[in-house]
Design a protein around this ligand. Structure first.
Ligand code: SF4
Length: 240
């Protein structure tokens, strides 16, 4: 038999759990609304607190999206956009020569003739996919450019070359983990999500990629509306 005062303790505990649940629900609803608004308009409000709530309450927010029959991948997309926005100021301060680009191997053509080397998959710019021209474009600007053969490769190259800023292409999960990993190393990273994920024949919005790596202007990182594509920053067909 429990002492009488324990009833009071359990009552207070119950109340505290209830209040906490209500607070979590309210914060999740507000964050979900902000995410939806940010996705629609491209505008970002209170980036750091919003990102903290997205990270802490991700599963609740995604549940709310499912309840309202909205696409829950929007939560991940806006999460990446927030991370990019927060990192953009430091990223833009770094000279392209001190930056590295990591490109996933799944973007290659299935007929890619490139060989695996200790420095990653060595693209020979055969023209069968967009990686070759992207590599040329980036290397002309001073970037180190890698085609990543496996997950441990990025850590190895970070230790070897100590880039001060990173551009990473990948699926949403890889980008989130990659940016957070770079954060641990104190490296500002910008993620460009694949438009179709998978193990092979993935796709990328190359315009977004070229905007990020173009001369460090980084309009895509700072502008309010990501739909304002800056076509002129991408190399013209004649340049490729
Ligand atoms: S352009 Fe490079 S990465 Fe793409 S298929 Fe050719 S060699 Fe492979």
């Amino acid at each position: 038999m429990l002492p009488a005062f324990m009833d009071q303790v359990f009552y207070l505990l119950g109340e505290a759990v209830f209040v906490l649940g209500v607070v979590i629900l309210i914060v999740s609803v507000v964050t979900a609304v902000m995410i939806g608004h940010s996705f629609k308009t491209g505008r970002i409000f209170m980036a750091r607190p919003t990102l903290i709530f997205v990270i802490l309450l991700e599963s609740v927010i995604k549940y709310l999206f499912r309840v309202y029959k909205a696409d829950e991948s929007i939560v991940d997309l806006v999460g990446v956009r927030l991370r990019n926005y927060i990192n953009s100021k430091k990223f833009l301060e770094i000279d392209p020569e001190d930056r590295s680009v990591f490109m996933p191997q799944c973007l290659r053509s299935v007929d890619c003739p490139a060989k695996l080397t200790p420095e990653g998959i060595m693209c020979v710019n055969c023209g069968r996919c967009g990686i070759g021209e992207a590599k040329l474009f980036c290397e002309e600007r001073g970037y180190r450019f890698f085609v990543v053969p496996g997950s441990s490769f990025i850590k190895r190259m970070i230790k070897k070359y100590r880039p001060q800023a990173i551009v990473g292409v990948g699926c949403m999960m890889e980008i989130k983990e990659g940016i957070d990993l770079c954060h641990l190393y104190g490296i500002p990273a910008i993620g460009v999500p694949l438009t179709r994920s998978g193990c092979v024949s993935t796709t990328l919005d190359w315009d977004s990629f070229y905007e990020v790596v173009s001369d460090g202007d980084g309009h895509i990182l700072l502008r309010d509306d990501p739909k304002d594509s800056i076509e002129t920053l991408r190399p013209s067909t004649a340049d490729r």
